[in-house]
Design a protein around this ligand. Structure first.
Ligand code: MN3
Length: 244
C-alpha cells in the first residue's frame, strides 16, 4: 500500500460513520485484466447493473429474447441488490466492530459478488457477431489443451457435467502461465470469482492442530503476528501496476 492510499484508507476507517470506498474505487488499476467489467461500481462506491451490451433479441435464435429479459433484469439485478446490501451491512459492522453475524454476511458477499461479476462477464462472453480468437489466445489454448477443437470438447463436457447449478469457466492461471477449465458448482463456495487474493490464512486443522488443537482463534492471533506485510504490499502494488 503506498502512503497516500494508506492515509486515505485510515481516514475512512477512522471517520466513524458508514465507510465508503468512493475514493479508492477511483484509483486507476492500469493492469485491470477485466477491462470488460470495469464499470460494475459507480462513483459513490455502489454496485450497479450495466445494461446488456446488445439488444435483448440480439442473440436470437441462440439465446432467446425473454430469457435475457428475465436473466438480466431479475436474476442479475438480484445479485447487484444483494451485493450492495451485504456491503452496506459489512461497512456497518466495521463501525460497530460487532462481528457476531459475519459468517452470514460473508456468504451473502461471496454469493452476490460472484453472481454479479460472473454475470457481467457472461454477457460480455457472448456477441451477436461472430468473432475469432487472437493469435495469443489460440497459442495458449493449443499449449494448454492440445488444440482448439479439443478445448471446445473439454469445455463443453466440463460445463455439461456441472452438478446442478453452476458455471463452466475458462480461466488463466498466472502462476502456471496456462489456461485451465474449471467447474463452479456453487459460485459462493469459491468466494467472489475474479477477486485476487493478496493475503491468505489456512484454517484447515492441519495448519494449527498440533500446537493449538481446537483453539483456532489463538492460532489466528499468532498467524497475524507473522504476516509478511511487505509481501502483501508488493502484491497489491503489482496489481495496481505502481511497482516498476
Ligand atoms: Mn445466471
Amino acid at each position: 500500500m503506498d502512503k497516500r492510499t494508506f492515509l486515505k484508507t485510515s481516514a475512512l476507517v477512522g471517520a466513524g460513520g458508514l465507510l465508503s470506498i468512493k475514493n479508492l474505487s477511483a484509483s486507476p488499476i492500469i493492469s485491470n485484466p477485466f477491462s470488460d467489467i470495469d464499470k460494475i461500481i459507480d462513483e459513490t462506491g455502489r454496485y450497479f447493473l450495466n445494461p446488456l451490451p446488445y439488444a435483448f433479441d440480439a442473440l436470437e435464435p441462440h439465446i432467446d429474447h425473454m430469457t435475457l429479459v428475465i436473466h438480466h433484469g431479475k436474476h442479475h439485478a438480484g445479485y447487484v441488490n444483494g451485493l450492495n446490501a451485504a456491503t452496506d451491512k459489512i461497512n456497518e459492522l466495521l463501525v460497530t466492530e460487532n462481528f457476531a453475524d459475519i459468517k452470514y454476511w460473508e456468504k451473502q458477499l461471496a454469493f452476490n459478488g460472484a453472481g454479479h461479476f460472473l454475470h457481467t462477464m457472461y454477457w460480455n462472453s457472448m456477441s451477436p457477431t461472430r468473432t475469432k480468437p487472437s493469435a495469443t489466445l489460440e497459442k495458449y489454448i493449443n499449449s494448454s489443451f492440445g488444440s482448439f477443437d479439443k478445448f471446445l470438447k473439454y469445455f463443453k463436457a466440463a460445463t455439461l457435467q456441472v452438478e446442478a447449478s453452476g458455471w463452466g469457466i475458462l480461466a488463466f492461471q498466472p502462476l502456471a502461465n496456462k489456461l485451465v477449465v474449471l467447474q463452479a458448482e456453487k459460485h459462493q463456495d469459491l468466494s467472489q470469482w475474479m477477486s485476487i487474493p493478496i493475503l491468505v490464512c489456512d484454517v484447515w486443522e492441519h495448519a494449527y492442530y498440533l500446537r493449538y488443537q481446537s483453539k483456532r482463534a489463538e492460532y489466528i492471533d499468532h498467524f497475524i503476528e507473522t504476516i509478511n506485510w511487505e509481501m502483501v504490499s508488493n502484491r497489491l502494488e503489482l496489481l495496481l501496476d505502481k511497482k516498476k
